[in-house]
Design a protein around this ligand. Structure first.
Ligand SMILES: NC(=O)c1ccc[n+]([C@@H]2O[C@H](COP(=O)([O-])OP(=O)(O)OC[C@H]3O[C@@H](n4cnc5c(N)ncnc54)[C@H](O)[C@@H]3O)[C@@H](O)[C@H]2O)c1
Length: 296
């Protein structure tokens, strides 16, 4: 409905200035598009490695919905990939951040505060485990591999949340990325499943702490998607096949679908939702692993 047609509906532009103002707010247009659900919001997207990253799916959805975005990159080699992607969505806030480095983390958030003042949302899409720790039997996990996986994949969400919360506006939203391995024993996922369990529990405790400041904290549990991090998971091809077959929709999800659901959780449309783990997995988690719909 255009501005003109909304007034025509009420009997003509001259007859209803009050209604016209009302419809201007309700159906405000930006070019040919309705106003996005993240219009006027500023948010950080942490965890882009390349254009296959789930975080890039979120960045595209958030940009389409009107958000202004800031990004991190891990080391010089990833900067070459992240910077052009970030610039393609108009970002001017692109800074290094290794979440194992507290000093760099403080520096990163100081730059965010200097450039933006305040923040409306943050997406944490970061995980790491030694490949051997995923390929060897879980019962042989070393203390070192356990610490590394939990530090980067779970503690880092607490670390960024505590810094982000200091500059976050009421109504702010934090979202992290989890996987079914948090609550089920998934072959080849091992210590990362333990890290995701800690991440999901951290989501609930952060929601409890930050709720009084009007900040919401949620996790998206995504079905398998072919990315750099996913290539470390043992027999990922088989995992994808099983997930598609056992899902209610009979297919795997896309980076775009995870991005869209995350945009909803970042927006005021989900203002009553916090401490939640929201599955975006074609309904795989509700099944018993059998084909959800008939397969040829
Ligand atoms: N791909 C999947 O199938 C899938 C499914 C469910 C959940 N996830 C989760 O989604 C998130 C994003 O992963 P992805 O699949 O997009 O892969 P990805 O490789 O594109 O992203 C992982 C990111 O983690 C970052 N990272 C690793 N160590 C870091 C550190 N010390 N400091 C800062 N950043 C660091 C990497 O730079 C990379 O950008 C992860 O939490 C992953 O577990 C992935």
């Amino acid at each position: 409905m255009s501005e003109g047609s909304s007034c025509y509906f009420l009997g003509g532009r001259n007859n209803g200035a009050r209604f016209y103002d009302y419809f201007l707010i309700m159906f405000k247009r930006k070019g040919d598009h309705p106003v996005g659900i993240l219009e006027g919001k500023k948010g950080l997207i942490l965890g882009i490695a390349n254009n296959k990253s789930i975080a890039w799916g979120v960045a595209q959805a958030a940009t389409r919905e009107g958000a202004e975005l800031g990004f991190n990159y891990l080391g010089d080699s990833l900067e070459k990939r992240v910077r052009p992607l970030a610039e393609s969505v108009g970002s001017t806030l692109i800074e290094p951040l290794d979440v194992t480095d507290d000093a760099q983390m403080d520096e990163f958030f100081a730059k965010v505060e200097a450039q933006w003042g305040t923040l409306d949302f943050l997406v944490h899409s970061i995980a790491f485990a030694n490949k051997d720790a995923l390929h060897n039997p879980f019962s042989t996990t070393t203390r070192e591999d356990f610490h590394l996986a939990l530090d980067i994949s779970a503690y880092s969400f607490i670390a960024v949340a505590q810094r982000a919360a200091k500059i976050m506006n009421p109504g702010g939203s934090l979202v992290t990325m989890s996987y079914l391995g948090a609550v089920r024993a998934v072959p080849g996922y091992g210590v990362m499943g333990v890290a995701k369990a800690a991440l999901e529990a951290s989501t609930r405790y952060l929601a409890q702490d930050l709720g009084e400041h009007g900040i919401r904290v949620n996790a998206v549990s995504a079905g398998p998607i072919r990315t750099l991090a996913a290539s470390a998971v043992g027999d990922f091809r088989k995992l994808m096949e099983k997930s598609a077959r056992g899902s209610m929709l009979g297919r795997n999800v896309t980076q775009e679908e995870v991005g869209n659901t995350t945009a909803y959780l970042l927006s005021d449309l989900s203002s009553g939702v916090t401490g939640e783990v929201h599955y975006v997995d074609s309904g795989f988690h509700i099944g018993a692993g059998d084909p959800g719909i008939a397969q040829d």
